[in-house]
Design a protein around this ligand. Structure first.
Ligand code: COA
Length: 325
């Protein structure tokens, strides 16, 4: 029994925030943002539009692509670091929105690596034959934790959602392996320190803007390149493959320079690397399924295509998933 992705979907909110919009609110320039990050615009959710709203649309599109009904879904796993509320889980809200009443639903928290962590859980449940049809969603409203006055972070993040329907099937194609890693020692490289149980929302938290992302950009950058390279090599060596065996490489979209540096270290030509950060910015757990859906819809991924997904994020967390489509 293998876990196979039989449908993908994605959704981004309509409103677009461009670099020139940001030039008007913080001390930055379109040229600096484009050259240092590759980002030109990001989509921003409307007030009241939470991660469950975006995730529901991506999930519905993935179900329709898979020709499955909501009643067929056994399990919903949602990766998000921007849940609608502390509880209930965003997965339960998506279950309600879809009317997938038979499905078990829960969230996974692994920041930008969340989608691959969730996919790995789906893979294990399917191979154990506990569940057959699993909906895996990565959805984020990063604008809810982005400090619009901090030029070092407000230029980076965007909102969006992506989803995949994973089904247990017989045969050779499907998810070949997952490799997950965590290092809590470096939790403070990128975090939202306030607004949780340790420092609940208070006047101090709000005044010190601790309910927003704090990041040590350059240290995060270096580790992202190193860990994504390691994750890719681990997946290749587990299957005695070389980089030439990979048809499509989908890295987490955090910065075009991180993606290019990782590809260079792997000696992977950019034609096989997916990069859509220019349009969406860093959408955290949504970035990989969003890019995957674009590739499926563009017909770049077909039966037998070898796809390597690699992620890195807060935690720290990093991961890879190797798929023969
Ligand atoms: N506009 C103009 N100047 C800016 C700026 C902006 N938006 N943001 C930072 N700067 C300035 C800095 O203040 C600094 O100025 P100084 O030299 O006078 O102190 C200068 O640009 C260089 O800053 P630095 O942080 O060294 O830039 P960088 O090349 O590392 O790029 C990031 C900054 C954030 C784009 C980059 O570090 C990055 O992408 N990091 C990883 C982020 C990431 O992946 N996060 C998510 C992990 S999943």
């Amino acid at each position: 029994m293998r876990a196979k992705i039989i449908g993908t979907g994605s959704y981004v909110p309509h409103s677009v925030l461009t670099n020139s919009d940001l030039e008007r609110s913080v001390d930055t320039s379109d040229q600096w943002i484009t050259e240092r990050t590759g980002i030109r615009s990001r989509h921003i959710a409307s007030p009241g539009e939470g991660s469950s709203a975006l995730g529901t649309k991506a999930a519905a599109s993935a179900l329709s692509c898979a020709h499955l009904d909501q009643a067929d879904v056994d399990l919903i796993i949602v990766a998000t670091c921007t849940p609608d509320m502390p509880f209930p889980s965003t997965a339960c809200l998506i279950q309600r929105n879809l009317g997938a009443t038979a499905a078990v639903a829960f969230d996974v928290s692994a920041a930008c690596s969340g989608f691959l962590f969730a996919l790995s859980i789906a893979d294990h449940y399917i191979r154990a034959e506990t569940y057959r049809n699993v909906l895996v969603v990565g959805t984020e409203v990063m604008s809810s934790v982005t400090d619009s006055t901090d030029r070092t972070t407000c230029i980076l993040f965007g909102d969006g959602a992506g989803a995949a329907v994973v089904q247990g099937v017989d045969g050779e194609n499907g998810i070949l392996s997952n490799h997950l890693h965590s290092n809590g020692q470096r939790w403070d490289l990128i975090c939202v320190p306030g607004g949780g149980s340790q420092q609940p929302l208070s006047e101090t938290v709000l005044n010190e803007r601790l309910n927003f992302i704090k990041m040590r950009g350059s240290a995060t950058f270096k580790l992202a390149v190193k860990m994504m390279e390691q994750a890719a090599r681990e997946a290749l060596s587990a299957h005695h493959l070389t980089i030439d065996d990979i048809d499509i490489f989908i890295p987490h979209q955090a910065n075009s320079r991180i993606i290019e540096a990782t590809a260079k270290r792997l000696q992977l030509p950019m034609e096989r690397v997916v990069m859509n950060i220019g349009q969406y910015g860093n959408t955290s757990a949504a970035s990989i399924p969003l890019a995957l859906d674009e590739m499926v819809r563009a017909n770049r991924i077909k039966d037998g295509t070898r796809v390597l997904l690699v992620a890195f994020g807060s935690g720290l967390t990093w991961a890879s998933t190797l798929i023969r489509w």
